[in-house]
Design a protein around this ligand. Sequence first.
Ligand code: SAH
Length: 492
Amino acid sequence: MQKDEVAIVKIEDIGVDGEGIGKVDGYTLFVKDAVIGDEVEAKVIKSKKNYGYARLMRIVTPSEYRVEPKCAYARQCGGCQIQEMSYERQLAFKEKKVRDSLERIGGFDAALLERVTEPIVGMEEPFHYRNKAQFPFGTDKDGRPVCGFYAGRTHHIIANTDCALGVKINKEILEQILAFMKENHVQAYDEKTGRGLFRHVLIRYGFATREIMVCLVVNGKKIPHVDELVWRLSQIKGMTSITLCPNTKRTNVIMGGTYKILWGQGYITDTIGDVQYRISPLSFYQVNPVQTEKLYAKALEYADLQGGETVWDLYCGIGTISLFLARKAKMVYGVEVVEQAVEDARENAKRNGIGNVKFYVGKAEEVLPEHYEKGGDESGAEAEGGAKAQEGDEVKACVNSRKTRPDGNAAGKAHPDVIVVDPPRKGCEESLLEMMAEMRPKRIVYVSCNPATLARDLKYLCGRGYELRKIGIVDQFPMGVHVETCVLLGRK
Ligand code: SAH
């Protein structure tokens, strides 16, 4: 088919980004906003030899899975991709997305996947679930400041202060900021010119504590009439922290590297299960607390801790999973590259009186090999909560010995019982996977937000002595196409 050609297409599949897929005389069309089961009229916007991309022009016959979106901007806004698909169908799509990746990229057998995959865990109330949102500021055609979300694949702002995924309080906060900007003639940042002050606002809300944090990301160091803005925001019930994060770089990266406290304590607290966490503006924290509790419960179940284990939690953030695990293990070591997050993690251990955990700042692929060679933690080092770090028996073995012990582990090296990893979307470095395999933990629990890199990494580990035992899928992102997976690997 050629550009601008129009055709009637029956949508028979869903692409990884939620787009509808159909065929016209053997030619594949990807149609954004079309739902599986729809019959649509679509116009080709980009054509390749065997496939093309088309725009949805008209729904001829709606799919049985098509629903009325809750948000008026669902189609334009890049925040949601599949709001017009029934939630049940979204869950089925995500389950298949994980399995397809593992089959196609990971090379796993479909029958094995069928056997080890547990039913996907969805939400009862799949809206207003996000505890965090980052809204960009812009200027509308009449010169007024606006904020909202970017339209899909562009930086055009869809003005909306009432997102259906976020918490209700976002609206009040955003409207206060916009009113302040209007009254004080404070300009929104313009990516094209690099001029203007307000770039983004990060809002976090503690679901359990109802504490609110506002972090203003600005193209500069100061906000004019800042006291007025702070006063307005501080009147909002639950506000505990207002911070300023300068970012003067001409980049897509939202946050700057540092922040300054304008008002309040500079962080919020929240609880997951019975563990309390302190969360600073620059630290990672899962965005869907209801589902996170289910995800961590799964990770804990897969780790199968009896109390005597040594565990490494790699990519630990503010120690969320580490502290969950520490309750059931002998000793947990966490590794995280963002220093601020590690500070939060250490504070969180103290807050919860958890002594058997120790955190390291650094890249997992660099910290882990050092500790393997050393045979574990520095002897007698203090654990975060003040208690002595208990070292595993294996760690006490002679450090210089090169011998292999009867259990196959290298004498003198660190051999934890369980390793948990929760990397960002790009997955783990191959050198880290190699190190993990050499450490020979009995179990590896892999928490992943990207099925493609998960599949690649599992393939590697399964070629190095591990086997796939369980797959748990938790929907952390209803209405979006992302999905979180927790996998248990066991040593063969
Ligand atoms: N397990 C945590 C955080 C997971 S997000 C939780 O559930 O909350 C991934 C984390 O990995 C982020 O905090 C990020 O800062 C960190 N990170 C990214 N690359 C890293 C690396 N090479 N080594 C260690 N941590 C890394």
